[in-house]
Design a protein around this ligand. Sequence first.
Ligand code: 13P
Length: 396
Amino acid sequence: MPLVDMKDMLGHAYREGYAVGAFDLVSLEFLEAILAGAEHQRAPVILSLAESHFEHYDFELAMAATVAAARRATVPVAIHLDHGASYEMAVRAINLGCNGVMVDASTLHFEDNIAATRAVTEMAHACGMPVEGELGYVAGVEGEDAEKHPGEVVYTSVEEARSYVERTGVDFLAVSIGTVHGRMRGAPRLDFERLANINATLGIPLVIHGGTGLTHEQYRSLIAHGVAKINYYTALADAAGDCIRGNAASDARSGYTGLMRGVRATIQAEVERMIELFGGAGQATAVLTACRRIVPVAHVIQYNVQDTDDAAVVRMMARGQEQLARIPGVTRVETGWAVQGELRYRCCWLIEFAHKDVIASYRDHPAHVAFANEFFRPIAGDRLSIDYQLTTSMPP
Ligand code: 13P
């Protein structure tokens, strides 16, 4: 299951001088194409889900497919929330299976950006997950995503970047040095001097948004100056659009599947082209060796109840499912009754954590403490609680 620690993944890219492609997906075609491209190039890859795209698909359903796809991949994969706009969305993303989140508070004033980002960083780190922050502003110019990023470009200040990273604790920083979201208009001009200063000052993996439309030389220079993650979407969407228009032109009566013919292969080809340009081709094995795996934990509680009836237990279970599922890092909450009547324990909780760090943060979380003390422990004195790492490949 090559879902790997994203901090390790980008640390490897940063040290070894290449960038991991973070490709935004908006459909199953994109998901399959991005992973097929990474497999074919034997490259690490980041599957990005941008909050601004959630109008095009159901985040929860897309995450189920994305997690399943990552689990069966043979190359190292990270699943990333792109441009998360709130603390609540960051929690939701982690609880649905993202193992990295971006908090985009870049349009806020500096101090407000720091406060919003720090809150997300504290939460995510307690779940064992890294965070990407953004300082400065990458505006949109033209193309599908441009209107999602209105306004003017604001370049990242080196001095602010130092203070921002120290005070927020972000693991990666998205910088604004002249790229734009969507299509480039005219020849792209990037401020490499600024980027070099930011890199020398921070020494952490840097991220470029607006990866579409740069020259080969520019991609190489970005990477040489500390960029370890390049976000890339518009060119994939445009290539898919061209393919669909071609299908429509060659057969005006095409239905859905006819219009979509070749779309996956088209996206895959563009993904592979960029992976090669970013230098990630052939890095899969080294990354798998260098990175910790993301291994979920099952928090299993078996218990018996006393001094209460089954209807009250059902109500307690429903309340727990509701309240515990909202705690950061909790990916699943199930309750159960023993099928056979005469076993040692009659009831259970199966609670899944995204990472072993969640064992401690969950235990101390006020929602867990309140539920356990008020509703669970008073009726379930007879219980057994064990945390299991859910893997067959790693010994304890
Ligand atoms: P492009 O759409 O310009 O490739 O940028 C993608 C991006 O930055 C997503 O966060």
